[in-house]
Design a protein around this ligand. Structure first.
Ligand code: NDP
Ligand code: VSD
Length: 297
């Protein structure tokens, strides 16, 4: 089951798991985009002659709990229990703190945090009862590992899901259900194009430090990592440095990541000073530019 499976990273995940032989349930709101995605994923399946099926449900993950419960029941009734849940639906709006409306703050928390929590609750109930195990994935963001200019509410919503996922990881281990958090950098998706239309220049420039990736690449890494039971998944050098540095008391799932955390955290903290210095410079420079523009007006 892939929320946000009709676009961007979620759609790429759908193609990826379809190629591996899975049946797919796509969840999003807009029906015509869901239908289009269904046709595309079916095409991928038919080319490889896998016997997977694609179904979709139009549902707002931040909507009523009753609707979510019903949607999961219906999905399970037609395709059987969910083996892998990928919480990818979400959105970002960048806005300077004082311009951020309280409604937008609430909306980001509901779609990026509360919605995935409620849906996961429902799916995990099924996983525990109906099968021997499962995989739960939350798509956070590199901006969930540090707060950055313009992303006060967004970063908080994406960080909140990480703490929840840590707790869940501990709770679900005896049930053989793994939990993975994915931290994408800027990724070239329809959602990214939309957020860029209102993004402050500072947010753009700071985010660029971690590069721009293709959704297929983020998706493949997400599926590979979560099927291995890895705690975190990311792409790129900055992604590796950030997840290593910011792991805190996160679960230990593999020797290589643990060794990197033990031996490289100090080094990466020093490296972070250079990034932070360059971010401060970006903010100062743009601030000065604005003051000068105001003066010349
Ligand atoms: N692209 C990027 O740069 C990055 C993205 N991310 C995260 O990755 C995830 C996917 O992003 P991306 O692929 O860019 O996004 P897109 O906007 O391209 O796709 C978002 C998907 O989520 C669905 N969706 C959005 N809101 C809801 C809702 N309330 N209920 C159900 N479905 C919903 C959309 O369908 P519909 O609108 O029809 O509901 C769509 O299928 C998000 O959580 C995002 O925060 C993280 C880091 C970087
Ligand atoms: C050792 C220290 C290394 C430090 C590297 C620092 C790099 C930080 C860059 C922040 C990237 C934020 C991307 C957010 C993408 C996103 O979530 C939006 N596009 C929403 O869709």
């Amino acid at each position: 089951m892939i929320t946000g499976g009709s676009s961007g990273i979620g759609l790429s995940v759908a193609h990826d798991v379809a190629r591996r032989g899975a049946s797919v349930t796509l969840v999003a709101r807009n029906v015509s985009r869901l239908e289009k995605a269904q046709r595309e994923v079916e095409l991928t399946m038919s080319k490889l002659s896998t016997d997977g099926k694609v179904q979709f449900f139009s549902s707002d993950i931040s909507g009523s709990v009753k609707n979510i419960t019903e949607m999961v029941k219906n999905a399970e009734a037609s395709q059987g229990p969910v083996y892998m849940l990928i919480n990818c639906a979400g959105f970002a709006r960048a806005q300077k703190f004082e311009d951020l409306s309280p409604d937008l703050m609430k909306q980001m928390l509901e779609v990026n945090f509360t919605g995935p929590m409620v849906l996961t609750q429902e799916v995990v109930r099924g996983m525990k009862v109906q099968q021997e195990g499962g995989v739960v994935v939350f798509v956070s963001s590199q901006a969930g590992l540090l707060g950055l200019y313009g992303f006060s509410a967004y970063s908080a919503s994406k960080a909140a899901i990480v703490r929840a996922a840590e707790a869940l990881h501990m709770e679900l281990k005896p049930h053989n259900i793994s939990v993975t958090v994915c931290y994408p950098p800027d990724t070239d998706t329809p959602g990214f194009v939309e957020e860029n239309q209102t993004k402050p220049i500072e947010t753009k420039l700071i985010s660029e430090a971690a590069g721009l990736f293709k959704p297929e690449e983020v998706a493949k890494k997400l599926v590979d990592d979560s099927l291995c039971g890895a705690w975190s998944s990311t792409v790129g050098l900055e992604g590796f440095m950030l997840t290593t540095l910011c792991t805190g008391m996160g679960p230990i799932t593999d020797a290589a990541s643990f060794m990197a955390q033990v031996f490289l955290s100090g080094l990466f903290r020093s490296v972070s000073a250079f990034y932070l210095w360059s971010f401060t410079r970006i903010v100062e420079r743009e601030h000065k530019k604005r003051l000068e523009n105001k003066k010349s007006e």
